[in-house]
Design a protein around this ligand. Structure first.
Ligand SMILES: *[C@@H]1O[C@H](CO)[C@@H](O)[C@H](O)[C@H]1NC(C)=O
Ligand SMILES: *[C@@H]1O[C@H](CO)[C@@H](O)[C@H](O)[C@H]1NC(C)=O
Ligand SMILES: *[C@@H]1O[C@H](CO)[C@@H](O)[C@H](O)[C@H]1NC(C)=O
Length: 450
């Protein structure tokens, strides 16, 4: 029997009521953050302040390097900035890069008691990217993680709350078998369920694996952390060239999260430019050594996604189960996004060629428009290449559509009232083209509607 209690809506809405702390801690929302090079504490401050404004409770700091100053300085700056802004941080060890958990322990020991370190049930939270297949020389991965993480820390009097992404354990999602084999975990996080796979065709993202994983986790009395993401486009020499659909992925995952009510949500990601699913700042220092990534991330600001994620976080925390309840803080909140290169492009000048999964991409203008409860007579108008390609009556909550038939040239979305007044509008700054002799870029232009 699952033992966590959920805070009733009224308890969260009423400031003078007693809030059950353990339940309020559940339903926290995090953003996966790649620790990369930064020029100084100002950049850390900017990330922390923006994330806090969106409603995130903490960054999950993906650590790949515990030696070099660029990494250790960034971590220190982030903790300084978090302290100034009453924000929290926890580590997510990247086991695909550093395959030895012992390597991470000095860093974890140094920060786990920091005032800005995120705790759950008074225990320092720690996650991973992968690691379920590593046994560190023990008879099983479970035994390896117990010895090298839990026992090693308990010698120092530290008990972590261990909530890894172990979806590389060998099964499809977490099952009761997983929880009996891996009793070292205190909860689980999924990564891969955030997007459809490249072999799903034009099918949409599914929450079936998340639902099964959450059921199994709860049967083991452990929380489930569900991933929410936008798209995945990677285009790097040698290590990956693929496109996982981003047309309506964000909006569809929001609906799935609200319907499923997981214990925690982690947005993938704040700043991973390599996989294109960043919603925050991509600092120049962090991609300085990768001209490949610069070629598809520079000039592709994604911050408009924050505008629609912020009301989503509020709705999730308030216990909303339907996207109709994702209402904006003001008159509206909206963003639209599109790929400026048609899927049919040959990309003959790009040595990497087209990404796998390119044929799943829809040439479309995608929008997410949040409207208030009392909405009436608002029309969402989508212009492509100077023509209106959709005119959609707005309803309260989340309005999201992928409008096919994008045309070459400029893109625009307008929110128009019944009397013709324009409530808000956003215009592209990058035209849609049919062909390129440069990078075969499937990243999205994301446009603020203001
Ligand atoms: C793991 O890392 C620790 C500390 O960095 C080191 O002493 C140990 O030899 C490493 N183990 C393996 C198997 O590489
Ligand atoms: C937390 O970490 C920051 C950055 O290293 C440091 O300035 C601060 O003193 C630490 N606070 C505590 C309570 O350890
Ligand atoms: C994906 O979702 C969209 C929007 O709900 C829907 O129109 C479309 O038919 C779905 N595609 C598939 C293959 O189910």
């Amino acid at each position: 029997m699952f033992s966590f209690r959920r805070a009733p809506l009224a308890a969260l809405a009423c400031a003078s009521c007693l809030v059950d702390l353990s339940a309020a801690e559940l339903k926290n929302v995090f953003a996966h953050y790649m620790v990369g090079g930064m020029s100084g504490v100002d950049q850390a401050r900017s990330d922390v302040q923006q994330a806090k404004a969106v409603g995130f409770d903490a960054f999950a700091l993906n650590v790949q390097n515990v030696v070099d100053p660029w990494s250790l300085d960034s971590i220190r700056w982030l903790f300084d900035a978090a302290l100034e802004n009453d924000f929290k941080l926890f580590f997510s060890f990247d086991m695909a890069v550093v395959t030895n958990v012992t390597t991470f322990l000095p860093l974890f020991k140094e920060y786990q008691a920091n005032e800005s370190y995120y705790h759950h049930k008074d225990l320092p939270f720690v996650s991973t990217f992968d690691g379920a297949a590593l046994n560190f020389g023990y008879e099983s991965a479970n035994a390896g993680w117990k010895a090298e993480l839990k026992d090693a820390l308990s010698n120092d009097g530290i008990t972590p709350f261990f909530i890894p992404d172990f979806d590389d354990w060998g099964g499809s999602g977490y099952t009761s078998d997983f929880f009996s084999s891996y009793d070292v975990v205190d909860g689980v996080f999924s990564w891969e369920t955030a997007w459809p796979t490249t072999d799903t065709g034009s099918g949409n993202v599914s929450a079936v694996v998340d639902e099964g994983s959450q059921r199994a986790a709860h049967a083991a009395s452990k929380p489930y952390m569900m991933p929410l993401s936008t798209l995945q486009f990677k285009h790097i020499t040698g290590s990956g060239n693929w496109y996982r659909r981003g047309e309506l992925n964000l909006a569809q995952r929001m609906a799935q999260v609200l319907a499923q009510q997981p214990d925690f949500v982690e947005v993938i990601t704040w700043n991973d430019a390599g996989e294109s699913h960043y919603i925050g700042n991509v600092w120049a220092d962090s991609i300085a050594s990768s001209p490949d990534i610069q070629a598809y991330a520079n000039g592709y600001d994604h911050s408009a996604w924050q505008d629609v994620i912020a009301p989503f976080i509020t709705a999730y925390k308030n216990g909303a189960t339907d996207v109709a309840a994702i209402t904006p803080f003001g008159a509206f909140a909206a963003a639209f996004w599109y790929r400026p290169l048609l899927a049919s492009a040959c990309c003959s000048g790009d040595g990497l060629g087209k990404p796998s999964g390119w044929e799943n991409a829809l040439d479309a203008v995608n929008f997410a428009v949040l409207l208030p409860e009392d909405t009436e007579g608002v029309t969402i108008k989508v212009y492509s290449g100077g023509n209106v390609i959709a005119s959609v009556p707005g309803v309260a909550g989340l309005n999201a559509q992928s409008v096919p038939g994008i045309q070459l040239g400029a893109q625009k979305v307008e929110l128009v009232k019944e009397d013709g007044t324009v409530l808000g509008a956003g215009s592209s700054t990058v035209d849609v083209v049919a062909e390129t002799d440069g990078t075969c870029n499937f990243n999205y232009q994301v446009v603020h509607v203001a």
